[in-house]
Design a protein around this ligand. Structure first.
Ligand code: PMP
Ligand code: GLN
Length: 384
């Protein structure tokens, strides 16, 4: 038998890869994996071409190029009033690497880590590989409301970390200031830290405001706040992310990062630095564009007989497919519509560590109007 680590050997291939491969094989419109279409800012792509021509092309500092660290700090101060400065920013190869660096850097074997389900798929394998013990707190559909008693009960003497994702993938929930304040009280009382996965920070709708936990009283030194240029600029293949944290919290995270990737491609960093400074109009226009697409998708799903759930953030909408009469679980439904209707989606139970709801499919609405319309026409024809 070849060697294999038991944590990773027990994992399947990610649902995003699985569904994208199936979509491609079936010629389906891919509303599954979360990658935008038709939203890429052209000036930023041109800037990358220029930066690639000009170089340099050797290893940047492991903390990131100064221009990007400055730009991330300025972006933090301008939008989120976190008061971050450049020394508190570390550039990573996407938010996925930032999450891994935080978890590997901050967990001791046996430490308990509170997570909220549904959750992004990389959290649990990395927590476990780091020797941590995940303590899941469930949010239940259709409104995914926080059960405060369950959250309080999840904290204990071994709790060291919380992983918080807001706006939330896949349920499109944005944490309210009240729930954040409740969480902050517990974090303070139990003397732990929070990894704040805020990759959808600019994608909130209908007047809902994104509030970083880090901006709450007492939370500045307890939070490691993660961002992603791939999400901010609808360029998910770029894989440039960052962690913002006070020096004492950032230091162990940087120790892990230096052995994971060490650094990130310099021309991409230079282009993202320029974009954060110069493309604010793009960032500020995006929520209105995406809210319109969300509504277009929701209306189409309703016409096809599905029941969409509310979504106030991220670019994902979940829908209950039971009204169309499909009797199987969500994985079967998503495979079925990919193969038989030519529309791919993601089963929401994949965001649970077993036992999640099995009647919901997640659709990405960061797509062109034409793609959304054609996908919805296919579902309507299929379900008659
Ligand atoms: N966190 C969440 C909640 C996500 O949805 C994603 C999606 N890609 C990531 C992290 C990873 O971001 P990146 O592509 O920058 O690694
Ligand atoms: N975050 C993306 C999603 O939820 C996918 C990222 C990935 O494929 N690893 O669809």
């Amino acid at each position: 038998m070849p060697p294999a680590n038991s944590v990773f050997a027990a994992c399947g291939t990610t649902i995003f890869e699985t569904m994208s491969r199936l979509a491609q094989a079936c010629g389906a419109i891919n509303l599954g994996q979360g990658f935008p279409e038709g939203l890429e800012p052209q000036p930023l792509i041109e800037r990358l071409a220029r930066a690639a021509q000009e170089g340099p092309h050797q290893y940047p500092s492991m903390m990131g190029i100064p221009a990007l660290r400055e730009a991330v700090a300025a972006h933090e101060r301008f939008y989120w009033r976190t008061g971050a400065d450049a020394a508190e920013v570390m550039v990573t190869s996407g938010a996925t690497e930032a999450l891994a660096a935080c978890l590997f850097g901050l967990i001791e074997p046996g430490d308990e880590v509170i997570v909220f389900q549904p959750l992004y798929d990389s959290y649990l394998p990395i927590i476990r590989r780091a020797g941590g013990v995940a303590r899941p707190v469930r949010l239940a559909p259709p409104d995914w409301r926080l059960d405060r008693d369950a959250l309080a009960a999840a904290f204990g003497p071994r709790t060291r970390l919380v992983v918080l994702n807001s706006p939330t993938n896949p349920c499109g929930r944005v944490w309210s200031p009240d729930d954040l304040a409740f969480l902050a009280g517990l974090v303070d009382r139990h003397d732990c830290a929070v990894i704040c996965d805020e990759v959808y920070e600019h994608l909130t709708y209908d007047g809902t405001a994104h509030v970083p936990l880090m901006s709450l009283p007492g939370m500045r030194g307890r939070c490691a706040k993660i961002g992603s240029a791939g999400k901010i600029f609808s360029l998910t293949g770029w894989k440039v992310g960052w962690v913002v944290a006070e020096a004492a919290l950032l230091a162990p995270i940087a120790k892990a990062h230096q052995y994971l990737t060490f650094t990130t491609q310099p021309a991409l960093q230079a282009a993202v630095a320029w974009g954060l400074d110069e493309c604010r109009d793009y960032l500020e226009a995006l929520p209105a564009t995406l809210a319109a697409r969300r509504d277009r998708l929701a209306a189409g799903l309703r016409r096809a007989g599905l029941a969409p759930l509310p979504c106030s953030g991220s670019y994902f909408l979940s829908a209950d497919f039971r009204p169309v009469g499909f009797r199987g679980p969500d994985g079967d439904f998503c495979r079925h519509i990919t193969e038989a209707a030519g529309v791919a989606a993601i089963p929401v139970s994949a965001f649970f560590d077993g036992g999640g709801p099995t009647h919901l499919a997640r659709f990405c609405f960061a797509k062109t109007d034409a793609a959304i319309d054609e996908a919805m026409a296919r579902l309507q024809r299929h379900f008659g």
